[in-house]
Ligand binder design. Structure first.
Ligand code: NI
Length: 171
C-alpha cells in the first residue's frame, strides 16, 4: 500500500514528467495504485498523490465495469456542454464540492505497455479523467472554485486535520 499525499504536500503542486520507460517497475506502480485507490474507496488516483511526479493515473468505477490506466494522457477534445456535480479527492479526504466539468472528453493516452489508445468518455468517467489529468499538472479540484469558496474549503480541511490530530493523540 502506498501513502496518499494530502493538501499542503508540495508534491501535489508539481507538473509531472512524461513516462518514457515501460518496464516492470511501472507495472508494479500501476498495481500498487489500484490497490491503494480501492483501499481508500476512490474512483481515481494520480501519480503525484502517491508521491510519483510522473504522468500516470488510474480510474476504476466498478459499477460501470471501468478499470483503466492512462499514461501520458492528453485530452484532445472536450464537449461544449458542461455538467456541475459534487466532486471529492483522496488528497482532501472527507470533503466535497460541486465542480463544473465538460460533460464528455476524448483522451489519447498509452497503457502500461506503452500501447497508444484513444477513448471517448462521458458521465462520471469523463469527470474522473478531467480531475486526474489536472493532478498531473499540479491542479486540484478546489482550484476550479472561486477564490472565496476555495479559501472556505482550505479552512474546512485545516479544521478536519486538526480534529484528526487531536483524536489521534487521544487514541
Ligand atoms: Ni484527486
Amino acid at each position: 500500500m502506498l501513502d496518499i499525499y494530502k493538501l499542503g504536500d508540495s508534491v501535489l503542486r508539481e507538473k509531472c514528467e512524461k513516462i518514457t520507460v515501460f518496464d516492470n517497475s511501472l507495472r508494479l506502480l500501476e498495481e500498487a495504485m489500484y490497490e491503494t485507490m480501492a483501499e481508500a474507496d476512490g474512483v481515481g488516483l494520480a501519480g503525484p498523490q502517491v508521491g510519483v511526479t510522473k504522468r500516470i493515473f488510474v480510474i476504476e468505477i466498478p459499477s460501470e465495469g471501468i478499470k483503466k490506466t492512462f499514461i501520458n494522457p492528453e485530452i484532445i477534445e472536450t464537449s461544449v456542454d458542461t455538467v456541475t456535480a459534487p466532486e471529492g479527492c483522496l488528497s482532501l479526504p472527507g470533503l466535497e464540492h460541486e465542480v463544473t466539468r465538460n460533460s464528455s472528453v476524448t483522451v489519447y493516452a498509452q497503457d502500461v505497455n506503452g500501447k497508444a489508445f484513444t477513448l471517448k468518455a462521458d458521465g462520471l468517467f469523463a469527470r474522473a479523467i478531467q480531475h486526474e489529468n489536472d493532478h498531473l499538472n499540479g491542479v486540484l479540484y478546489i482550484d476550479h472554485l472561486d477564490e472565496s469558496e476555495k479559501q472556505h474549503m482550505e479552512a474546512l480541511y485545516a479544521k478536519k486535520q486538526k480534529a484528526r490530530r487531536k483524536a489521534a493523540r487521544r487514541g
